[in-house]
Design a protein around this ligand. Structure first.
Ligand code: FAD
Length: 204
C-alpha cells in the first residue's frame, strides 16, 4: 500500500479543527483492496476517482493478502488451494470470460474483494479529521486503519503542528467513545499516536 499526500490548500493555519471545511487535502492511495476502498467511499463529504475495472484489464490482477490467510490451505473437490492459488484461479476464469467475448465490465463480476485498486480522493479539513478519528481507531478494520495511519503520518510530516493532536477519539478527545466495544487500552493507544511511527497494523 502506498499513500501520497498530493496537494492541500492550507494557508498558515494555527490548528486543524472541524471548522476547517474550507481547506482541502488530496491523497493518492495505491495498492489497497476493493474491500478497503468500499469502506473509504462510505465517507460522503469527499470526491473520489477510482481505477476502472470496466476499461482496465484485470488479467493477472494485483491483490492484497491478509496475514491471517497466509499458510492456510482450503480443500475443495479433492484438491488443496492456498490463497495465491485461489487468486490465480480467479484471474484465469476472468481471462477465459474475456477471451470468450465477454466485456471486461461483466467478466469483472468474478473478481474478489482482494483485487488491488488505486483511488484519488479529496477531503476537506473537517471531513479529514472525522475520517481519521474513526479509521485510526483500533475498532476500524486493519487495512483501512493502516491506510488512515499512513495518511496521518504524511500529514504530520508536512504539518506537524496542525495534526499533532489528531488520531482516534481516545487521543483526540482524551476519552474513548466506543463504549462496550472499546479496546480497553487507551494509554497504549495514546502513546502510540503521540509518537506516531509506521507500523504494520494487520491483525494488531
Ligand atoms: C468501526 C466501524 C465499523 C463499521 N461497520 C459498518 C457496518 O457493519 N456496516 C455498515 O454499513 N457500515 C459500517 N461502517 C461505516 C459507517 O456506518 C459509516 O458509513 C462510515 O463510517 C461513514 O461515516 P459517517 O457516516 O460518520 O460520515 P461521513 O460520510 O464521513 O460524513 C461525515 C459527517 O457528515 C455528515 N453527513 C454526511 N453526509 C450526510 C447526509 N447525507 N446527511 C446528513 N449528514 C451527513 C454527518 O454528520 C457525518 O457524520 C463502519 C464504520 C466504522 C468506523
Amino acid at each position: 500500500m502506498r499513500v501520497i499526500l498530493l496537494s492541500c490548500n492550507t494557508p498558515d493555519l494555527k490548528e486543524i479543527s472541524e471548522k476547517h471545511r474550507h481547506f482541502s487535502f488530496t491523497f493518492l492511495v495505491d495498492g489497497i483492496s476493493r474491500a478497503c476502498s468500499h469502506q473509504l467511499v462510505r465517507h460522503r463529504p469527499a470526491s473520489y476517482s477510482q481505477q476502472s475495472q470496466r476499461y482496465v484489464s484485470m488479467e493477472n490482477f494485483p491483490y492484497v493478502k491478509p496475514k491471517s490467510l497466509e499458510g492456510i490451505e482450503v480443500s475443495m473437490e479433492g484438491r488443496n488451494y492456498n490463497y495465491d492459488e485461489v487468486m490465480e484461479f480467479l484471474g484465469k476464469v476472468y481471462s477465459k470470460f474475456v477471451e470468450a467475448g465477454a466485456p471486461k465490465e461483466d467478466a469483472r463480476f468474478v473478481l474478489p474483494n482482494a483485487c488491488a485498486t488505486r483511488v484519488l480522493f479529496t477531503m476537506n479539513g473537517e471531513e479529514l479529521v472525522h475520517f481519521l478519528r474513526l479509521r485510526t481507531c483500533s475498532r476500524a478494520q486493519w487495512e483501512i486503519r493502516e491506510m488512515a495511519i499512513k495518511m496521518l503520518i504524511e500529514l504530520r510530516r508536512k504539518f506537524p503542528e496542525l495534526f499533532k493532536n489528531v488520531g482516534p477519539n481516545c487521543y483526540y478527545l482524551g476519552y474513548c467513545t466506543e463504549g462496550k466495544k472499546s479496546c480497553g487500552r487507551p494509554d497504549e493507544v495514546r502513546k502510540f499516536f503521540k509518537n506516531l511511527e509506521e507500523v504494520n497494523v494487520q491483525n494488531n
